[in-house]
Design a protein around this ligand. Structure first.
Ligand code: NAD
Length: 339
């Protein structure tokens, strides 16, 4: 029997997770919830996703717009084994009593505080920790990027100290009310929240993060300096380690990917849905080794990087795969991410 998955909140993350669930061989999408009629509600309806009204939304508003809805989230929750909560930051926590009342397992996103769930999750790092759990939190886009790279480096070389500067996008492309439009904004919190968030997965990871926000919507870029315990043989050795790991895309210098615009153009040329890039993006010529000191850039597509992680979290919670590698392989095959 496939696991019955519902998605609450059909915005940037929710609509991508819904599409991803509908492509998995061992899951079925039983519905999505939106609060108001919108173009996204129309898309859900065109894709024949059963649509339900969430939050303070009203069934009659959808019907007035000519969008068929099957009821409210009370009905949706009855049809599901697990809910993927993709409501805005902090709204997920408010949903917990409803999920509990419906005896639903739940996945939360990185905008919620870690204690909303039993475990924070990233598939390459701690798949086993989510096995059989009722509540799992998929860490944020930036933390997912850090933790994936940490999974590669700590297993092979050990990490003495990691310092990262996160150059963060100001808004997602559809968020017209956010900025800045013409500023570089330092985050005066030291460390930024990303380091402690990464430590929810790797408590022993010595990491500090700082962040600035810049006027772009395309991706984040991390500037990483990592002191390794066991120096790699060469830069090529490090490149090979990333290359052989799922969910890493390494561009060669001759590919002329100068920055985030070409990364997104590459994803579009690949006909990736919505121009998404679910892998951590590294550049061969953006990885530099100096003894045990590793310097590298990575770009993180904020809108999509957590999507495969949500799928693996479901598989771990419901014992659908024997191990992380098997789950990641099934997810990535279904999403067209296999290398
Ligand atoms: P979003 O604003 O794009 O989408 C949220 C959706 O939830 C909207 O459609 C909104 O109408 C709906 N909604 C609001 N209240 C609701 C309720 N009570 N019931 C049902 N639906 C409701 O937000 P998003 O960017 O998709 O973020 C969702 C979560 O994912 C947040 O925790 C966020 O921190 C996290 N996240 C976002 C990104 C990103 O870059 N966008 C990346 C990683 C993680």
């Amino acid at each position: 029997m496939p696991v019955r998955v519902a998605v609450n909140g059909f915005g940037t993350i929710g609509k991508r997770v819904a599409d991803a669930v509908s492509k998995q061989p061992d899951m079925v999408l039983v519905g999505v919830a939106k609060t108001r009629p919108s173009f996204e509600a129309r898309i859900a309806s065109e894709r024949e996703y059963p649509l339900f009204v969430g939050g303070e939304g009203r069934v009659e508003d959808f019907r007035a717009a000519g969008i068929a809805v099957e009821g409210t989230t009370d009905e949706l929750f009855r049809r599901a084994d697990v809910i993927v909560d993709a409501t805005p930051d902090t709204v997920g926590r408010e949903q917990v009593p409803k999920y509990d009342a419906a005896h639903l397992r739940a996945i939360f996103q990185g905008g919620e505080k870690p204690d909303v769930a039993e475990v924070s999750f990233s598939a390459l790092a701690n798949y086993e920790a989510a096995r059989g759990k009722n509540r799992v939190r998929v860490v944020s886009c930036n933390t997912t990027g850090i933790v994936r790279a940490a999974s590669v480096l700590r297993a092979r070389y050990g990490i003495e100290q990691w310092d990262a500067t996160l150059i963060r996008r100001a808004a997602d492309p559809a968020e017209t009310r956010k900025g800045p439009v013409n500023a570089i904004l330092p985050n005066f919190q030291f460390p930024s929240h990303h380091a402690p968030d990464a430590q929810t997965i790797f408590p022993d990871l010595a990491i500090t993060t700082t962040a600035v926000v810049v006027p772009t919507t395309l991706m984040h870029i991390h500037v990483n300096h990592v002191r390794l315990r066991k120096p790699p043989a060469s830069t090529a050795d490090v490149i090979a380690a990333f290359q052989e790991t799922p969910r890493f895309q390494i561009f060669r210098s001759w590919e002329r990917v100068e920055g985030t615009p070409q990364v997104i153009e590459y994803a579009r040329d690949h006909s990736s849905p919505r121009g998404d890039m679910m892998a951590n993006v590294l550049w061969e010529n953006g990885i530099h080794l100096d003894g045990a000191e590793l310097h590298f850039f990575q770009a993180i597509h904020q809108e999509s990087i957590v999507v495969p992680e949500n799928i693996d979290a479901i598989r771990a919670m419901f014992h659908l795969a024997p191990d992380a590698a098997s789950s990641v392989a099934v997810t990535d095959m279904a999403l067209g991410l296999r290398k």
